[in-house]
Design a protein around this ligand. Structure first.
Ligand SMILES: Cc1cc2nc3c(=O)[nH]c(=O)nc-3n(C[C@H](O)[C@H](O)[C@H](O)COP(=O)(O)O)c2cc1C
Length: 164
C-alpha cells in the first residue's frame, strides 16, 4: 500500500507525510507516483478540496485501487460538510472509505485563478445577512489565513488503517 497526494499550498502534503511517517508507508505526490507507484496498486489518496471536489481524484481512480480518500479542505469537519463531499466525489457507501481532514488557508501561496475564486467567495459570504458556524469560520480564515493541521486529526484514519 502507498500514500499518494495532490496538494496546492502544502497542507495536504503535510498530512500525507505525517501519516506516512506514522505507518511507514511510501509517500509520493501524484506526479511522482507515475514512476514510483505501479498501476493498480492499493493506495490511500490525500487530495486538496477545490469547490467541493477532491483535486485529481478521478485521475488517481483510473490508475490505482483507492482504499481510502482523505479530502483536505478549509471547512470545519461537520456531518453536512462530509456528506456533501461524499456526494460530489462519488464516495457513498463508504467505498472507498473517506476521512475528511481540516487543512488551512495560506493567502500568500494562493495566487492566480485560485485567489480570484477565493475573493468571490469572500464577497459572497460578506453579502449574506446571517452566517452559520461553518460559513463564519470560513470567512474569517479566508481573510486572515489559518492552519488546522495537527496529528490528532489523523486518529480515525490510523484506527481504520490498523484494522485493515
Ligand atoms: C479555488 C479554491 C477552492 C476551494 N474550495 C474549497 C471548498 O469547496 N471546500 C473547502 O473546505 N475548502 C476549499 N478550499 C480551501 C482548500 O481546500 C484548503 O485551503 C486546503 O487546505 C488546501 O490544501 P493544500 O494546501 O494541500 O492545497 C478552496 C481553496 C481554493 C484555492
Amino acid at each position: 500500500m502507498f500514500v499518494v497526494y495532490e496538494s496546492n499550498t502544502g497542507f495536504t502534503e503535510k498530512y500525507a507525510k505525517m501519516f506516512a511517517e506514522k505507518t511507514g508507508l511510501e509517500c509520493w505526490s501524484l506526479y511522482m507516483a507515475r514512476i514510483k507507484v505501479p498501476k493498480h496498486s492499493d493506495i490511500i489518496y490525500f487530495g486538496n478540496v477545490e469547490n467541493g471536489e477532491v483535486v485529481k481524484l478521478k485521475k488517481a481512480r483510473k490508475k490505482y485501487n483507492i482504499l481510502a480518500v482523505c479530502p483536505v479542505g478549509l471547512s470545519m469537519s461537520t456531518d453536512a460538510v462530509k456528506e456533501k463531499l461524499r456526494e460530489k466525489n462519488k464516495l457513498t457507501d463508504n467505498s472507498p472509505a473517506m476521512f475528511y481532514l481540516q487543512g488551512g488557508y495560506d493567502k500568500k501561496k494562493n495566487i492566480g485563478l485560485g485567489a480570484t475564486f477565493i475573493n468571490l467567495i469572500i464577497k459572497d459570504l460578506e453579502s449574506k445577512e446571517e452566517l452559520d458556524a461553518v460559513e463564519a469560520q470560513m470567512l474569517s480564515d479566508l481573510k486572515n489565513g489559518a492552519d488546522y493541521v495537527k496529528e490528532e486529526n489523523l486518529a480515525p484514519l490510523l484506527r481504520w488503517y490498523e484494522e485493515c
